[in-house]
Structure formats: structure tokens, C-alpha cells
Design a protein around this ligand. Sequence first.
Ligand code: DC
Length: 219
Amino acid sequence: MNIAIDGPAGAGKSTVAKQLAKELKYIYVDTGAMYRAIGLYLIRNKVDLDDEAAVAARLPEIQVRIGYRRGEQHVYLNGENVSRRIRTQKVGNAASKTSAYGAVRGKLLDLQRALAAEQDVIMDGRDIGTVVLPDAEVKIYLTASVDVRAERRYLEYREKGMDADLETIRREIEERDYRDMHREIAPLKRAEDAVVVDTSDMTVDQAVEAIRAIAAQRA
Ligand code: DC
């Protein structure tokens, strides 16, 4: 059985999916990390992110690989473990911009499908229920209000000791939502057969429980 979780930035997808994967003994696949790895490479190499042709031209130089250590997903960019380095607002924005390009999406689609074909996965992203795994047995659209999502990201950055400004985070989340939902290829939207879970007023445990109940019903 595959579980697809889509939704906007900060809805709690990765936190909830990770916990549920542990409980159900599924593999957790964070597809955003793959787009972030590509974003990081492009930033490091000073590629103009608004130039689709320039981005596409660099893709053959980029190898993204996923590995697991003690049950945790790690993402490797040309052999380097970049799992921590990709967790910044700058890299997230770069991923959001460049994930709109067909060549970038095409590069990651096969890798994502191959992971789900090999084992039971809980996969999160923006287009998992609609494009990557349209036959997933369970589809969740996880969301929350912009205020709540901005606050969560803010706390997450502060906990990591990173500089963070709530207003800037809020604005960037809104911009990212807009871009992710309005791009031509594989935009973020609820799959027709996805169940909406709004986590604005839920704890992590409550959100996990809600999805577990939906999965149990489908199973
Ligand atoms: O989930 P995240 O914040 O790590 O994702 C970063 C960006 O990657 C997101 O803004 C859009 C893009 N993305 C995507 O287009 N499709 C996915 N399945 C996952 C992420």
C-alpha cells in the first residue's frame, strides 16, 4: 500500500509522515528534499533560477540519490549528503521556482516512482496523489492556515538557531503557495480522491491519528 500526502509548505507533511512511517513500518519519501537538492546545486553554481534553459542545461551534471540510515532519509547531491544544507528558506524558494520546469520534474519522476514500486511508502510532496502515484491507495491533502504554517516554520528555524523573521517567512510562504499552485506542470492541488486534513488546530499526534484512521479505512 502506498500513502500519498500533498499540501502546501508548513502544513506538517514531513513531521506527520515521518511519525506515521515509523509506526506503520513504511519507508518515508520526502520528494521536496530532491527538488531542494537540485535548488542547492543551482544556487551554489550561480545559475539564474529564472532562466529555464540555463537550469535545464545544468541538469545532466546533477545526480540526486536517496538513502536511508537508521530509518532516516538522507539526500545525496553528487555523492554529498546535503540533508541539512537544504533546510533553508533560500533553498526552499529555489526549489519552488525551479520545480516549475518540466525538465526538472522529469528528472525526478522516475526516481520517485521507482522508490514506491520497491516498497510500501509514505511519500509527501505537491503532486504525489495527482501525478507521481495516481494509484496510491491512500491520498491525503494536508493543509493549515497561512498564519499557523508561518508560525511553525518560524519556530522550526529558531529551534535550529537560525535567523528568522515571522513576517518574511509568511510572505515567502504565500509566494511559494502561489507558485506551487499556479504552475503549468503538476501544480499543487487536491487529488479528487484525496481526503483533506486541516492541521491548523491539531497537534502532531492528532494529525497522525487522523491519517492512520483514514489509512485503516482504505486498507
Ligand atoms: O516540501 P518542500 O518545502 O521541501 O518542497 C520544496 C519545493 O519543492 C516546493 O515549494 C515545491 C517543490 N516540490 C514540488 O514541486 N513537487 C514535490 N512533489 C515536492 C516539492
